[in-house]
Design a protein around this ligand. Structure first.
Ligand code: SAM
Length: 249
């Protein structure tokens, strides 16, 4: 593994438009989420103060004119967000895409015996999306990408949405100024339930946060609108946690 990482760091080559350094970032993300997969669901509610709001509002906003929508969850992980959308659209067709097989295996168990659930282990930037979707959602995943890659992903989502389709991203943003970010961080430290986490879990979670790379809300809006999304809005905001919406007409 170490050789692999060093190879990446010492080459300035590109593969399919990706710098190898980017692949290193993705490799680390995959490793971190795979290692933490079994503890993930239990830890989440202790470290994201508004977790249920993010899922509930994303699910509320996922409104389309069919009771059997085709739904793509980008960075679906263990399927926490998908399970909320599934309560609303039990007859939908679900594609869960994630870098980490271990995370998706937990989703597979969660949705075992349910028809119309499909799992794709891949990087959502590199993976071709098959066909068109009515709803594309993502939660707490896209903020890991470099900003230019966030925009590329938003374009890809737009291309694969049906007319009338919606994209909802429940995610983290960067504050407009460092002072805002300090306030976000101060509040987060006050609100998280560290007492429910072991020392090693805390270290692991703080290490994983090193891979975060949020963009400002303003940048997210600009990219979505430039691409062609309409009704772009932030329907929910709790400090740095947001639910961003865009529709394709
Ligand atoms: C914090 S978890 C969120 C999982 C789930 N959406 C939730 O709300 O619990 C982030 C997930 O995004 C996945 N991820 C990060 N970058 C990705 C990429 N480029 N392609 C596919 N999955 C990615 C990780 O493997 C991880 O499972």
């Amino acid at each position: 593994m170490i050789i692999f990482k060093e190879e990446i760091l010492h080459k300035s080559n590109t593969i399919g438009g990706y710098k190898l350094e980017d692949n290193n970032h993705h490799y680390l993300l995959k490793e971190k989420f795979s290692q933490g997969a079994h503890e993930y669901d239990r830890q989440r509610k202790h470290i994201i103060p508004c977790l249920e709001d993010l899922y509930e509002i994303t699910s509320d906003l996922a409104k389309v004119n069919t009771s059997k929508p085709r739904i793509l969850d980008l960075g679906a992980g263990t399927g926490l967000l998908t399970s909320h959308i599934h309560r609303k659209y039990p007859d939908g067709d679900y594609i869960l895409l994630d870098l980490s097989e271990e995370m998706l295996n937990i989703a597979r168990t969660r949705f075992e015996n349910l028809p119309d659930f499909h799992y794709v282990i891949a990087d959502y930037l590199k993976q071709d999306f098959e066909g068109q979707f009515d709803i594309v959602v993502s939660s707490l995943s896209i903020h890991h990408l470099e900003n230019n890659h966030k925009r590329i992903l938003y374009e890809k989502v737009y291309q694969h949405l049906n007319s009338g389709g919606v994209f909802i991203n429940a995610d983290q943003v960067l504050g407009p100024s460092p002072a805002n970010d300090e306030e976000y961080y101060r509040n987060w430290l006050n609100k998280i339930d560290v007492g429910s986490l072991s020392e090693s879990e805390k270290t692991f979670i703080f290490d994983r946060m090193e891979l975060d790379n949020p963009a400002t809300l303003a940048d997210n809006f600009e990219w979505l609108e430039e691409i062609g999304f309409v009704d772009v809005d932030v329907y929910y905001k709790y400090y740095n946690f947001v639910v961003i919406y865009g529709k394709k007409i």
